[in-house]
Design a protein around this ligand. Structure first.
Ligand code: SF4
Length: 344
């Protein structure tokens, strides 16, 4: 919903000021998807608005769900024809998290990532980002999914800090009591390594969580597999994370996708410990999430369960806070590094 446009239209057709608030609240807080679902506005107004403005900036092309009904992936067609994917996951029973896309494709081309392999088309607008929230809120409500829509993560297609102007505008509305009124502490922004973005996040949204996709704990491998590292290396990231912690005193999540024979050996675990120890308060505030790789690229395979467990044990023996994160979206290609704009 383009709220600025809505406000303009309501003014042009001579509606009183409170109508804007009623309609905005219906979309943001009560998660309606159509004007005629808003009971407190006159039917004629609903019909008029239906012809003048679309509630969502995209149309639903397809939706797929995992067999266990704990994850869903939607394919949306934007007004200019581009496709994006967005995911809903219940990682903790009774809660639902939306995993939002921030760009159509991604220019960072991490070698293990399906989104990166398909290139970059354009940034999403803040409206296209917040519309994913409206869609999933409505989806949870209308499908009577058990539990509440409680978390938002920016881990879908794209690098959020390379579209910071629009992501920031979306975050303001998502958090604002005047719009979605969503708790900032229930939102996470994930970056592949844009150090400058981390500093902006700390300054602008000190209560929003930060996740950093570390994946390779040394510069040589990061340079090879994640080209963003040639711009901001691990020393830049170390400083940025230290700054984030200093400003926010919040936990930082290090995302570590386990790739068989590539980054799952003892020396890698050792380097993760060194990286964390090099950060002031790192041992206290950094948490490592070990994630299975969902194979979208023949070059990589996920580490086996025993290797992941040994890796975890090594980190924990070295007093690193770490867990194996359940990867729920695999069956629908909705897990980390699998969103490619082509729901199957
Ligand atoms: S992992 Fe993230 S930053 Fe890297 S290519 Fe994929 S979407 Fe882009």
């Amino acid at each position: 919903m383009n709220f600025d446009e809505l406000k303009k239209i309501l003014k042009e057709i001579g509606e009183p000021g409170f109508r804007y608030r009623q309609i905005k609240d219906a979309f943001c807080k009560q998660a309606v998807l159509r004007f005629d679902e808003i009971r407190i506005i006159p039917k004629k107004l609903a019909v008029d608005l239906e012809g003048k403005i679309s509630p969502l900036s995209f149309s639903l092309e397809k939706i797929v769900s995992a067999k266990n009904k704990l994850s869903y992936k939607a394919l949306f067609r934007l007004d200019d024809g581009h496709l994006i994917e967005s995911v809903l996951i219940s990682a903790i029973s009774g809660t639902w998290s939306a995993c939002l896309s921030s760009q159509v494709g991604c220019q960072l081309a991490c070698r293990f990532c399906a989104t990166g392999q398909n290139g970059f088309k354009r940034n999403l607008t803040s409206e296209e980002i917040t519309d994913q929230v409206i869609f999933w809120k409505n989806f949870v409500k209308t499908n009577n999914l058990p539990g509440t829509f409680s978390h938002i993560v920016f881990m879908g297609m794209g690098e959020p800090f390379l579209n910071w102007t629009e992501v920031k505008a979306a975050l303001y509305r998502i958090i604002s009591p005047d719009y979605f009124d969503f708790g900032a502490r229930h939102i996470s922004v994930s970056t592949s390594g844009i150090a400058t973005g981390i500093k902006e996040l700390a300054r602008d949204f000190p209560q929003v969580n930060l996740a950093f996709s570390l994946v390779f704990p040394d510069n040589k491998q990061r340079d090879e597999y994640m080209p963003v590292n040639r711009r901001f290396n691990l020393e830049d990231m170390r400083k940025a994370i230290e700054y984030y912690i200093e400003v926010t005193n919040r936990k930082v999540f290090l995302e570590y996708i386990m790739l068989a024979g590539v980054n799952d050996q003892r020396n890698h675990a050792d380097k993760i410990c060194d990286f964390i120890d090099s950060i002031e308060n790192g041992a206290k505030l950094l948490h490592v999430n070990l994630i299975s790789y969902n194979s979208t690229n023949a070059e990589f395979k996920s580490s086996d369960a025993k290797t992941v467990k040994n890796f975890l044990n090594f980190l924990q023996r070295n007093h690193i806070s770490a867990t194996i994160r359940k990867s729920l979206g695999e069956e629908i290609d909705g897990a980390c590094g699998q969103l490619a704009g082509q729901a199957n």
